[in-house]
Write a protein that binds this ligand. Structure first.
Ligand code: 13P
Length: 250
């Protein structure tokens, strides 16, 4: 049985005081979420505060991106061991915003995936197509290339050590959610693709949906057979909405 996972990607939002408030509010009501694993990924600079507020709670936390190197002359970068120092369990890799704005290739994302695992972090590995790619019928090809890159760089067992997040780019921050059937089709495709390499990994790996997931649509998305949770952007900045999505995964 795959345990549902609901992760909040806070992106570049918040201040020290708003981050404190949000963490306190999530923690105060976390017992309402009985089954799903709950994770928050604040901007890295707020991880010390996150660790001190959440360390005695069932909530896990993580970063939004990491360097492929463990240390050295890489100005502005943060390494896996540094995330580990602040108690991170997860790390997002390959988010479409990084693929777009920072020109991260499938090969680089695969290296980041491997670096995360090397340093004991669980990658939340994002894949997904743009609107143009969907409309030209390329969704499966694009997602297959993204998934295969990790297997080719490492192995199927490397891929099995992460969590996959299917985030159609056209649904991120747009209020336009994939329908439950559209999402399930791609999730199922991803699982079948993985099954070509390993049935065990295909059955055990968690595949989250991300893209305008809200309390109002989470239930029907999470009810689908191959949707094991959510990677939440905007709605994760509101404690009540985020926890409502967590409860929908119960
Ligand atoms: P939204 O939930 O704001 O659409 O963002 C999704 C996302 O990008 C999570 O990583």
């Amino acid at each position: 049985m795959r345990r549902p996972l609901v992760a909040g990607n806070w992106k570049m939002n918040g201040s020290l005081s708003s981050v404190r408030d949000l963490l306190v509010a999530i923690k105060a009501n976390i017992t309402q979420v009985s089954r799903a694993e709950i994770v928050v990924c604040p901007p890295a600079i707020f991880l010390p505060e996150t660790q001190s507020l959440l360390q005695d709670s069932p909530i896990s936390w993580g970063g939004q991106d990491l360097s492929i190197y463990d240390s050295g002359a890489y100005t502005g970068e943060i390494s896996g061991p540094m995330f580990q120092d602040f108690g991170c369990k997860y790390i997002i890799v390959g988010h479409s915003e990084r693929r777009t704005y920072h020109k991260e290739s499938n090969a680089l994302v695969a290296e980041k995936f491997a670096a995360a695992v090397k340093f004991g972090l669980i990658p939340i590995f994002c894949v997904g197509e743009t609107l143009e790619q969907r409309e030209s019928g390329a969704t499966e090809d694009i997602v297959a290339q993204q998934v295969d890159a990790v297997v080719e760089h490492g192995s199927i067992s490397l891929l099995g050590q992460g969590v996959i997040a299917y985030e159609p780019v056209w649904a991120i921050g747009t209020g336009r959610t994939a329908t439950p059937d559209q999402a399930q089709d791609v999730h199922n495709f991803i699982r079948q693709r993985i099954a070509n390499y390993s049935q065990d990994v295909a059955q055990s790996v968690r595949i989250l949906y991300g893209g305008s997931m809200k309390p109002g649509n989470a239930g029907e998305l999470l009810a689908k057979a191959d949707i094991d949770g959510g990677l939440i952007g905007g709605a994760s900045l509101n404690a009540a909405d985020f926890l409502a999505i967590g409860m929908a995964a119960n």
